[in-house]
Structure formats: C-alpha cells, structure tokens
Design a protein around this ligand. Structure first.
Ligand code: NAI
Length: 385
C-alpha cells in the first residue's frame, strides 16, 4: 500500500520513516520546500547512524530512503491507501487541508490526522466522506516511541477503525483505541505528573531537584517532572495543559500554573533554549536534591495518587479500556507501571483515602476522587482482573 504524509516536520518525517521501514512507498508532502530538504537530510543521517551501529544493512537503509518521495502537490496521493496529516496544530488549516485532499485520493483511501489536541470529529466534518477520517496519534520521536493512539471520531466507520489499527499494528507499534476527547489518553492522564509536581514546588514542600530525585529514585520514573518539562519544552508543555484545561470547560483539575507560564514568558523553555527549570549552559552546576526518604515518599505518593485518579476517571468515562489506559502510559510516556495495575497493587482504598485526605485539607476540585475509585473501594474490587 502507498502511504501519503502531509507535513515534513518533526512528526511527519518520523512517520514517513516508520512507514518506509515497513516497506511502504511513501509520498511526503510539505508546502515548505526547505522542510522537505531538511527532512531528507535528517533521514539520511539517521539511516547512516543505524548502518554504523549495525542495526540496518546498507541495502535496507538505501531501500528506505528510496521509498520516501518528497512531493509538492497532492497529485501523487492518487494511489495511496492511507494518508496521514502532521501539519501545524491549527483546526482551520487542518480542515482546509482535509477538504481539498479528498479530491486527490481514491474512494477507499483512509484519511488520518496526527493532531494531539484537536477534535477528530471537527476535522472529519470538513470532508465529504467523514466516515473515512480517523485520528492516529504518534509520539515523538515517532520511529522510537512504540505507542500510537487510534482515535475514531463519532463519524468514523468501524471498518476504517479496524483497517487503521491493523495497518499501524503492522508497523510494529503498540496501538490503543481512545475516545475523541481532549488529550486522548496520555495527554489527559499525565497532567498531574507535571501539574502536581509544580504545585508541590510552589508550596515550598521541596525544590525541583528533590522532586525529580524522588520521582526517579523512589517512584521509578525514568525522568523527573521538571527534567521532563525542560526536555519537552515549557512552551509546548504549558500549551498542552492550557488546551486540555480549556477543552474540559475549565475543569480546575487541569488548571495550568503561573510558575510554568512565567517560565514560558521568560523564554526559559528548557533544553532547547539553554535554560528552563535547570540551567543547561556549559559549566552550569546542577542543584543537589535533598535526599530525605520521608519527604521523597510523600512527594511520590501525592503525585502518584493524582495520576491514578486520572486513569480511574478516564476508565469511568469509557475513554479507553483499562488495559489500553495502562499500555498507553507505559508505552507512550515510559511510566514504570500501568497506573491502574499500580493502584490495584497499592490498594484502591489506600489511594482513595489519600485523595480524600488532600480534598479535606484543600477543598479544591483538583483532589476530587473519581467515583469509580469509590465504587471499586466499596466493593473491594480491582481494576484489572
Ligand atoms: P512541525 O512544525 O515540526 O512540522 C509541521 C510541518 O507542516 C512543517 O514542515 C510545515 O511546513 C508543514 N505545513 C504547515 N502547513 C502545511 C500545509 N497546509 N500543508 C502541508 N504542510 C504544511 O510540527 P510537528 O511537531 O511535527 O507537529 C505536527 C502535528 O503533529 C501537529 O498536529 C502536532 O500537534 C502533532 N504532534 C506533535 C508532537 C510533537 O511532539 N511534536 C507529538 C504528537 C503529535
């Protein structure tokens, strides 16, 4: 099957590589010639590195490069069975791309969007045949991150969903199916990892280095929240939080923080700007954490129960199955364990008690426990069999 990719930026070029590695002929389109050149050069570099490391033969690398064809119009999409859009995150621009795209593809072609925050229903509504539109959300970097969230809109036909899932599974990705709601699974459930860490810092309970240390050493997370926000970029992370908060009709649970907003406004974006929560300039001395086990455990528990609460609430609202929610967090953001399984192991009553204690102390909606946690605790049930 031939694959079309629209947008040759960070995500589009990575998705093109994934498809070509699975043997597809790929048409990579971008309105910006320079983006196509940059993507071609970057791909050549990646291929050379993989050959050097012995992970790819010279012939395979050559084949992958040859299968990706850069194009500057939609004409080449006529034989594609699947076209995925990865352009700028703007609903009006995406809708206009989708509506003109339909004139250039076959009737059986599936149209997918890699959007991380926009409504798939709204993108699909711009098409004559909205039933063939689906969300296919890769994670960055697409060739390395195993998770792909598949997002059927209300209009998506069930066979389109099945075909899409089969295709992406064939690309050796881990797929989960999620409802078309803000943040899908990962960007919704992960909010407290950042938000509650910032809150703990704002309250002066611990400094950033200590919170990062606790989450890694005690919690088992691969990166601490502040390190990770610096890695993602405070502009991007703040925008995701703000988008999710707005899209949930300003549910206070997702409220962004002034701390991160100011970081963004100051241009302290993280690694990419040389300074974020930490200083990345040459010779900068990293702050030392205060390795207090009791404080560390309290920090981890507070962030963890908020994450578990989000996972429980996503399950309660049928955003995805329990298995897919756990898979999404382990494969999309490398959590050491699925949150629902983790809650089962810790004890749901204990998780609920922790949340209720916070709610009682703060009287803030951000600590309101999901009714599903309460039900499971009342009946002594677990999330996973
Ligand atoms: P990017 O800015 O790196 O690349 C976007 C590309 O689209 C640019 O090369 C631009 O020239 C091109 N473009 C813009 N308008 C176009 C049009 N009308 N037709 C054709 N090409 C056009 O953006 P990035 O980061 O790759 O994001 C793309 C999409 O993927 C967005 O919807 C974003 O929300 C989503 N996404 C981004 C992730 C990330 O970590 N960067 C992760 C998952 C999803």
């Amino acid at each position: 099957m031939e694959i079309g990719v629209i947008g040759a930026g960070t995500m589009g070029s990575g998705i093109a590589q994934v498809a070509a590695q699975s043997g597809h002929k790929v048409w990579l389109f971008d309105t910006n010639e320079a983006a196509l050149e940059k993507a071609t050069k970057a791909l050549a570099k990646i291929m050379a590195r993989l050959v050097e490391k012995g992970r790819l033969s010279e012939a395979d690398a050559q084949g992958i490069k040859e299968r990706i064809n850069c194009v500057s119009d939609y004409q080449s999409f006529q034989n594609c069975g699947f076209v995925i859009e990865a352009i700028v995150e703007n609903l009006d621009v995406k809708r206009s791309v989708f509506s003109s795209l339909e004139d250039h593809v076959s009737d059986t072609c599936i149209l997918a969007s890699n959007t991380s925050s926009l409504s798939i229903a709204s993108i699909a509504a711009s098409c004559q045949r909205p039933e063939r539109v689906v969300g296919v959300h890769f994670f960055n970097p697409a060739p390395l991150m195993p998770l792909v969230e598949i997002v059927p809109a209300v209009q998506t036909a069930s066979d389109i969903l099945d075909q899409t899932k089969n295709l992406i599974d064939g690309w050796k990705k881990v797929t989960v199916v999620t409802k078309d709601t803000p943040g899908f699974i990962v960007n919704r459930v992960a909010r407290p990892f950042y938000g509650e860490a910032i809150r703990i810092y704002e309250e002066g309970i611990a400094d950033m280095a200590t919170i990062d240390w606790a989450m890694k050493e005690i919690g088992g997370f691969r990166m601490g929240p502040f390190e990770l926000m610096d890695y993602i970029g405070n502009d991007i992370n703040y925008t995701v939080t703000e988008t999710v908060w707005t899209a949930f009709y300003y549910d206070p649970r997702y409220k962004p923080s002034f701390t991160q907003k100011r970081m963004m406004e100051a241009g302290y974006l993280g690694r990419k700007s040389g300074r974020g929560y930490y200083d990345y300039k040459e010779g900068a001395v990293a702050p030392e954490p205060e390795k207090n086990q009791v404080v560390g455990e309290a920090i981890v528990w507070r962030i963890l129960i908020l994450l578990m609460n989000e996972a429980a609430d996503a399950l309660h609202l049928n955003i995805a199955s329990a298995q897919d929610i756990d898979l999404a967090m382990t494969k999309g953001v490398n959590y050491p364990k699925g949150l629902l399984q983790w809650a089962d192991e810790e004890g749901i009553q204990k998780v609920l008690d922790g949340l209720d204690k916070l709610y009682l102390a703060y009287h803030e909606e951000r600590y309101r426990a999901s009714v599903l946690l309460r039900q499971k605790a009342a009946f002594g049930q677990k999330f996973l069999g």
